[in-house]
Ligand binder design. Structure first.
Ligand SMILES: C[S@@+](CC[C@H](N)C(=O)[O-])C[C@H]1O[C@@H](n2cnc3c(N)ncnc32)[C@H](O)[C@@H]1O
Length: 189
């Protein structure tokens, strides 16, 4: 098992429990998985899988699924919730899977936590097979810092993806009720 990179955040069991009070089934996770249009031939990776809501929804499509998270408590909960998924301790910066292992990767509300986004994007590209797609979803912010991305942050991420060899980077808005999200997608050539 690869351990997460040393300076990566590890949420305590208490923080995970508090998070779980309000975030067991975030609509963002379900909509993000729907946006990926998974089919049973897909091999799906949820980066920063948290409590496993996206994993559960993705697994129901028949796709082969896996999740990683640097918090042992999240890994335990997601693994219990979705026994068919392979949930491992890891971080975007150190993904414990082999090259070309996946056809689709999702990161909901986690990119802004990554300690080293450039290393993370390289790692995701490594584990995505040619044609593999990445979708990053973050709350849309009005200011440049906080738990999400503002419009400039979305465009910067799209540029960063292209500078790391991804193609077709696209920034879009996703509205769910009164909540607004930015989605940034790209493909590995
Ligand atoms: C706000 S939660 C989101 C969880 C889940 N994706 C969701 O939308 O419900 C952020 C998650 O990112 C994880 N995380 C923090 N740093 C990370 C990193 N460097 N790589 C991957 N996941 C990370 C945390 O442990 C936590 O589970």
């Amino acid at each position: 098992m690869t351990t997460p990179a040393p300076d990566v955040e590890r949420w305590s069991a208490l923080k995970v429990w508090l998070f779980s009070l309000f975030n067991k089934n975030p609509e963002s996770n379900l909509s993000a998985v729907d946006r990926m249009g998974l089919v049973s031939a897909d091999r799906f990776l949820d980066l920063g899988c948290g409590l496993g809501a996206a994993l559960e929804h993705a697994t129901a499509t028949g796709a082969k699924t896996a999740g990683i998270d640097p918090s042992p408590s999240m890994v335990e909960r997601a693994g219990e919730r979705v026994p068919r998924a392979e949930v491992r301790l890891g971080s975007a910066e150190a993904i414990p899977f082999e090259d070309d292992a996946f056809t689709a990767a999702l990161a909901v509300a986690t990119y802004h936590h990554w300690a080293d986004p450039e290393t993370g994007l390289e790692e995701v590209r490594r584990v995505l097979a040619p044609g593999g797609r990445l979708l990053v979803v973050e709350r849309k912010l009005k200011r440049s810092s906080g738990h999400g991305l503002d419009g400039t942050g979305g465009e910067s991420l799209a540029k960063l993806l292209e500078s790391h060899g991804y193609v077709s980077a696209q920034v879009e808005t996703m509205n769910l009720g009164r909540k607004e999200y930015l989605t940034v997608s790209a493909v590995v050539p």
